[in-house]
Design a protein. Structure first.
Length: 157
């Protein structure tokens, strides 16, 4: 059991959410793997003049997904790709295979990950941890054009 002495909380802050800023990010993926979106999303937050609030990201696809993961060691992303491939292999005789052997596994991988993320924005910056990055995960083997909706709700500078 964790004692109350090992938990700290900052003082609450309050802002009036008076602004909604939306944009769409179009990403050409190289095929299966992770694409780091953190820099482009930080640019959106800056251009939106965001101060305090929340950013929602939503990918408009069923065979690609979003995640927040470690951005320091690229081997983490390699291992995560391997893990997803083991959880939904292409060698299983899937019923839905119209678009190829990677199609149904891509749907399963999307179901196991996320199609939307919520990231706090504090003092005009994404409130990510030191080693965290925001990634689009392409689950199909071929390159695809993917759309991610970005929406900031909060106060601006």
């Amino acid at each position: 059991m964790t004692s109350a002495r090992s938990i700290a909380r900052s003082a609450p802050s309050s802002v009036q959410a008076t602004t909604i800023v939306s944009s769409q990010l179009t990403v050409q993926t190289p095929g299966r793997g992770f694409t780091d979106l953190t820099g482009e999303i930080a640019k959106f937050i800056s251009k939106a003049r965001a101060s305090e609030g929340a950013l929602t990201l939503f990918i408009r696809h069923t065979s690609a997904s979003l995640t927040i993961q470690e951005n320091a060691d690229p081997s983490v992303l390699v291992d995560l790709t391997t893990a997803l491939s083991r959880l939904a292999p292409e060698t299983v005789p899937w019923t839905h295979d119209t678009e190829g052997p990677d199609d149904m596994p891509a749907h399963v991988k999307t179901m196991l990950t996320q199609t939307s993320l919520h990231v706090p924005v504090l003092n005009g910056k994404l409130a990510l941890g030191t080693w965290q990055g925001i990634y689009l995960i392409e689950h199909r083997s071929r390159p695809h054009r993917r759309e991610v909706v970005l929406q900031f709700i909060g106060s601006t500078r």
